[in-house]
Design a protein around this ligand. Structure first.
Ligand code: FE
Ligand code: CA
Length: 523
């Protein structure tokens, strides 16, 4: 299929999807090739769902009988897949179904936005192709926007280096009763570290579309990760390792020029799109993909998921080389033009926060917002230039927007990942100024499997930052967040044994935030 035929084809799919939203069933699509004989089970990568709205969800799979081969073990032909979604596990009540033509240009992945659904209820879905039936996934729609909601419960997760540990956290997440999983970045890792390898990636650092596809396939071949996808809808944003560690916009730490790096980013974003249950409407356009999004959860909460990589300014004081490093006394940090979200996304978030009348505002992004630098004898702080400490003016603008939104009532929780430690922190409008008011609470989840900083460094970070009420990097896990009209509770789950398959998690700490009172209390 050439590009123009593909676009016509995708255009027809968009029309079919729009009709599916109207009528709750897919309409006729173009003819597919006959199913190739003898290729085997196409559902090795499992099933997933995401983008829960009051009347719709996105269901996902990718056909790949041999996922580490180019083409996933399928010929480069359009292939028909049936999808089914029902109110019960037996697929007998309220059955909706349709057909989707999976195309090789998108690695035979499917993103079907099923509309016309009832709010705040579970649904079950599965796929049928080539005589094989996938496992059934369970998903859940969001509450109606004007519905009172007694409780929102989510798992906050990030940073799942495949080589550095087993996914015991995902096994536990899969067994929980949750509204959704909120994954805030480092879904795959492009790089390796020989020191902590408990199981190998399939190949070297990916640079091409096929190599990024193979890397995503490696992660999806983990049964615990597949189980967490099959059990709950996911809401996702990304951080850096989905493309390359510490990249910022079009700036690459590995020495590629902007044009070459944008070609690599194009491949990485496309593979990301093809392997995750995101909306079909955000399919990448070249090197650009809009991952940031906004969700309402009845009258209880609003959630913003933010992109801190695609529009970011390059790290300061790197001597012309992009990437994070420890810096002290870096004057360029004060430049107000430096940004993490980019001007358009910053404005969109500030306006959304200002308009929000719901009591809980959840701001989900890729890293730790609260300061994490280390005081040095010269009284200058040493900070890591890739974190929010490296973008202090952008952080002030975000905290100003949060303070302004709080003035209209409600309470803000900032949620993040990236730093491989459980963190509970008070966020002051002017960080590092003890006279400045606390305007929000922050919870950062530790990594699912990626290894953390040493105890020595963590002790120095805690001693240098009194607003960090909790910061521990020694365990792997995730955070459970439960939000009610009265309070938000965060339970930090972890295990010190990521190299043990099936490790049991325990509760490392609990914190709470009372409605209408910014900041963290012990629970
Ligand atoms: Fe990470
Ligand atoms: Ca990261």
């Amino acid at each position: 299929m050439d590009r123009r035929t593909l676009f016509r084809h995708l255009g027809r799919q968009a029309v079919a999807l729009a009709l599916a939203r109207l009528f709750g069933a897919a309409q006729a699509q173009p003819a597919a090739s006959p199913w190739p004989a003898g290729v085997g089970d196409p559902f090795t990568l499992g099933v997933a769902s995401g983008v829960p709205r009051p009347d719709s969800v996105v269901i996902w799979t990718r056909l790949a009988p041999r996922p580490h081969e180019p083409g996933g073990g399928l010929p480069p032909l359009p292939l028909a897949v049936r999808w089914e979604l029902a109110e019960d596990e037996g697929f007998s009540t309220g059955l909706r179904r349709g057909e989707f033509i999976a195309v090789p240009e998108h690695a035979h992945s499917l993103h079907v936005e099923v509309g016309g659904l009832a709010s705040a209820r579970p649904y079950f879905y599965r796929f049928i192709a080539g005589g094989a039936v996938s496992e059934a996934g369970r998903t859940r729609t969001a509450p109606a926007e004007d519905a009172p909601v007694a409780r929102l419960r989510l798992a906050l997760a990030s940073c799942q280096h495949y080589e550095q540990g087993w996914y015991a956290a995902h096994a536990e997440i899969a067994a929980r009763d949750l509204d959704f999983v909120l994954f805030v970045g480092d879904y795959i890792y492009e790089s390796s570290n020989a020191r902590y390898r408990v199981r190998p990636h399939e190949g070297p650092v990916p640079q091409t579309l096929d190599a990024y596809r193979a890397r995503h396939a490696t992660y999806k071949l983990d049964a615990d990760l597949r189980a967490a996808h099959a059990a709950h809808p996911w809401i996702l944003t990304w951080d850096d390792h989905e493309v390359e560690n510490d990249y910022a916009g079009d700036a690459s730490p590995s020495g590629l020029d902007a044009a070459a790096f944008l070609r690599r980013r194009t491949a990485a974003y496309q593979a990301y799109f093809e392997h995750l249950p995101v909306s079909p409407s955000i399919a990448p356009q070249g090197a650009a993909m809009r991952i940031h999004d906004h969700f309402r959860w009845g009258r209880l909460a609003e959630l913003w998921t933010l992109d801190g990589r695609q529009h970011r300014s390059v790290q300061a004081c790197g001597g012309g080389t992009p990437g994070g490093r420890a810096v002290t006394g870096c004057e360029a940090l004060a430049d107000p033009a430096r940004t993490v979200f980019g001007a358009a996304q910053e404005r969109w978030l500030a306006e959304g926060l200002a308009r929000s009348a719901r009591p809980w505002k959840l701001v989900a992004q890729g890293s730790q917002l609260s300061p994490g630098g280390i005081a040095t004898p010269a009284l200058a702080r040493r900070i890591h230039s890739d974190g929010w400490d490296g973008y202090p003016r952008a952080r002030e603008r975000l905290l100003d927007a949060i303070a302004a939104a709080n003035a209209a009532g409600g309470n803000t929780l900032v949620l993040g990942g990236d730093v491989h430690r459980h963190v509970a922190a008070n966020l002051r409008q002017r960080p590092d100024d003890p006279r400045s008011p606390v305007v929000a609470a922050e919870f950062v989840c530790t990594s699912i499997s990626s290894r953390g900083l040493s105890d020595t460094l963590m002790a120095a970070i805690r001693a240098s930052n009194p607003d960090l009420l909790h910061a521990r990097s020694d365990e792997r896990g995730y955070a459970l967040l439960e939000v009610t009209p009265q309070a938000a509770h965060c339970e930090m789950r972890g295990t010190p044994h990521p190299a043990q398959p099936g490790a049991a998690l325990h509760t490392q700490a609990r914190f709470a935030v009372e409605a209408g009172r910014p900041g963290v209390a012990r629970d």
